[in-house]
Design a binder for this molecule. Structure first.
Ligand code: ADP
Ligand code: MG
Length: 316
């Protein structure tokens, strides 16, 4: 296997043409960009073996590394513009790098994002991407939820956790449905357009990375309220239901991580505006519950109510 040097890697796989907003890009000590106003900045680290199985194809690793940051900027309604990348690799395998870079650049192109710098070093496989974008005129915060708000989620929940389960068990896909679940883990769809549209409407928004209950729990904590969820309303995909019982599917939807969907709270009077925004963003949204004054997180199903416990991904 041919070994590549650091600068060859940067030139071959990471330097791409950029637009006029990039005054100094890859190749100097620091990048310089022309910002037009307040900036939103997020950084997320993907560690092989912690955040993704070590055997995940490079293309998917490149996609995910950017997608998880896009999801964070989506939650604050920002328009993503510039990225930096810190890459630690045990070896310089050109085929893997080619695959990784094409996964990253494909998604970057779709959202018009310029890669403007980074760092490349030898070490355990870790990909850290920082994303910078134009902040929304009004940034929805985790603390903005109000009692009586309707709680919505985008897309469907639980697919990614089911797909990851198969990958980790070394059980590949035995059907098209299972392949679709694995795809949801490997290639999450960040809800950038929806997030931008919600910025003027939603009181609070969070992206679901650690699981619905864990992430909604952050909104509840910061907004100092509780929530009641209609468990029969949780959006579940056909692909998930094809290989899981309804109870398993709901458990994955509540506590499985890696969905990268948005969970948001809006005044009940704004429900129509949300539906219009979702249609414009071509993204499915579902009302799943309401914020309450009692400080508890409860689920209702078939006329009974129970306390819901977050068992989301814990980093420590
Ligand atoms: P320095 O030693 O000044 O920190 P480096 O030698 O680490 O710079 O990197 C050279 C140039 O390549 C810099 O402009 C840096 O931002 C860029 N760069 C390094 N690694 C990456 C990467 N993985 N993706 C994008 N740009 C990178
Ligand atoms: Mg330097």
């Amino acid at each position: 296997m041919a070994r590549l040097g650091e600068f060859e890697i940067i030139e071959r796989f990471f330097r791409r043409p950029t637009d006029d907003s990039v005054i100094v890009g890859i190749g100097d000590d620091a990048a310089v960009v022309a910002a037009t106003g307040p900036l939103a900045i997020a950084v997320d680290m993907l560690v092989a073996g912690t955040h993704f199985p070590p055997g995940l194809p490079g293309h998917a690793v490149g996609h995910r590394a950017l997608a998880v940051n896009l999801s964070d900027l989506a939650a604050v309604g920002a328009r993503p513009r510039w990225a930096t990348m810190a890459l630690s690799l045990p070896e310089t395998d050109p085929a893997w790098l080619e695959d990784f870079a094409s996964g990253f650049h494909r998604l970057a192109q779709r959202f018009d994002i310029a890669l403007i710098g980074g760092d490349t070093t030898r070490g355990p496989m870790t990909v850290t991407v920082q994303l910078i974008g134009d902040a929304a005129a009004a940034t929805p915060l985790r603390s903005g939820g109000r009692v009586g708000d309707t709680v919505f989620v985008s897309g469907t929940l639980g697919d990614s956790a089911a797909g990851l389960g198969r990958l980790v068990a070394g059980e590949g896909a035995a059907s098209a449905d299972q392949a679709a679940l694995i795809e949801r883990f490997a290639y999450p769809t960040p809800r950038v357009a929806l997030g931008a549209a919600l910025a003027g409407i939603a009181h609070a928004v969070i992206d679901i990375s650690d699981g619905l209950l864990a992430d909604l729990g952050h909104i509840l904590e910061h907004s100092r309220c509780g929530a009641t969820l209609e468990l029969s309303a949780l959006p579940l995909s056909q692909e998930l239901l094809a290989s899981h019982s309804i109870d398993e599917a709901r458990a994955l939807a509540l506590n499985g991580g890696d969905d990268y969907e948005l969970c948001f709270c809006v005044a009940a009077a704004d429900r129509e505006r949300v539906l219009a925004a979702a249609e414009a963003a071509e993204t499915r949204v579902t009302a799943i519950g309401e914020l309450t004054a009692d400080g508890k997180l409860t689920g209702r199903l078939d006329g009974t109510t129970r306390t819901l416990e977050a068992r989301g991904f814990r980093h420590f």
